[in-house]
Design a protein around this ligand. Structure first.
Ligand SMILES: *[C@@H]1O[C@H](CO)[C@@H](O)[C@H](O)[C@H]1NC(C)=O
Ligand SMILES: *[C@@H]1O[C@H](CO)[C@@H](O)[C@H](O)[C@H]1NC(C)=O
Length: 334
């Protein structure tokens, strides 16, 4: 996943050098949000064309004809790399430098950790999307045909950080360009030496300097709580619940991804539907509690539960105004 500002910047540099000939075209599209929960009302297309004298050293020439329509072949628009960097997001900052996360993707496939993934053979389709997001320590090895191989970003709960650190070379080792976005309460994430999870991440970056680890800021955590209250009318803390990693993932994805495909997530009525499939809560924990049992237990836990089912009903609502599609099982838009 490309976090740098990309080709246009390189063209600028090339222009200064005046050594190569190149035509760079960049179309920048951004959906503008009119109101928080309304989808984009306008599309900004900014086109800049630079003609310069150049050659390109690291890669073969890339020449784009300044003819719109023809220029942006499928290969370019839907290349494996996200085609442009997006404006920095202040809600997620790197460890330890606190630089904001810069990320934009045309299509993010979010792979849930649910047992619904098993036996669906969605792996090849998932691997064809430009960006693939996973959660916590959900493995790919041994499950490639169902969940795919590639991982561009992981959203990780503070409680799962120790699980990643059991295999630090695998997750953070050199050659791994996965971006990690960790969420957690301030008490664990504080940077003054008292945040136990922050300290672990700091240590990981010391040991693996190439690791790209970001944490969710305190403001952003509060924002995610606020969204829960706005959508459900319930105060997250007073109602004794924790937001799930899925919640944080979807809020991040709605800011970073133009289109979102979610794999393996059930809807809010699934567990009440006759004949629903019994699957393990996590695809990588065979024999663990059934998904629906786990969901129902959490939904009614007086304290410390995730409101998975409530969250799903909010996702249903978001899917009406955002480009979100659900696969395996698929959801109908109401
Ligand atoms: C990078 O980490 C992911 C886990 O997020 C793992 O599946 C993948 O194999 C690793 N890649 C490399 C090149 O080590
Ligand atoms: C929710 O899932 C159930 C079970 O798969 C299905 O019968 C129902 O149509 C789904 N509802 C929506 C809105 O997708």
């Amino acid at each position: 996943m490309r976090l740098e500002s990309g080709r246009v910047e390189r063209c600028f540099r090339a222009h200064k050098n005046k050594r190569f000939t190149i035509v760079c075209v960049e179309i920048r599209m951004a959906w503008m949000w009119k109101r928080k929960s309304l989808i984009a009302t306008s599309l900004i297309v900014a086109v800049s064309i630079f003609v310069v004298v150049v050659n390109y050293s690291e890669k073969p020439y890339f020449l784009l004809q300044p003819v719109f329509g023809q220029t942006f072949s499928n290969r370019w628009m839907f290349s494996k790399q996200p085609y442009k960097a997006f404006k920095p997001h202040p809600g997620y900052v790197s460890v330890p430098k606190q630089e904001p996360l810069k990320l934009h993707c045309e299509l993010c496939s979010i792979v849930s950790s649910s047992g619904q993934m098993l036996g669906q053979a969605a792996g090849p389709k998932i691997d064809r999307s430009p960006c693939i997001w996973r959660m916590n320590n959900a493995p790919t090895r041994g499950f490639e045909n169902d969940v795919g191989r590639r991982t561009t970003l992981r959203v990780v709960s503070h409680t799962s950080v120790p699980l990643l650190l059991q295999k630090p070379q695998h997750f953070f080792g050199q050659g791994n360009d996965t971006v990690y976005v960790v969420w957690g309460p301030l008490r664990n994430m504080r940077k003054d030496g008292k945040g136990i999870v922050y300290n672990m991440l700091r240590q990981a970056v010391d040991n693996y300097p190439h690791a790209r680890i970001y944490i969710t800021t305190e403001d952003r955590m509060n924002y995610c709580d606020m969204v829960f209250k706005k959508e459900t009318g319930k105060d997250r803390i007073q109602s004794g619940s924790y937001l799930s990693t899925g919640w944080f993932t979807l809020i991040l994805a709605m800011d970073m991804c133009k289109e979102i495909h979610i794999y393996g997530m059930i809807n809010d009525t699934y567990c009440k539907t006759e004949g629903n499939k019994k699957v393990p809560y996590h695809y990588y924990e065979a024999g663990s509690r059934d998904e629906c049992e786990e969901y129902l237990l959490h939904e009614s836990a007086p304290y410390g539960g995730h409101r998975f089912i409530t969250e799903k009903s909010v996702f249903t609502k978001w899917a009406k105004t955002h480009a979100i599609k659900f696969f395996n099982p698929s959801w109908h838009k109401l």
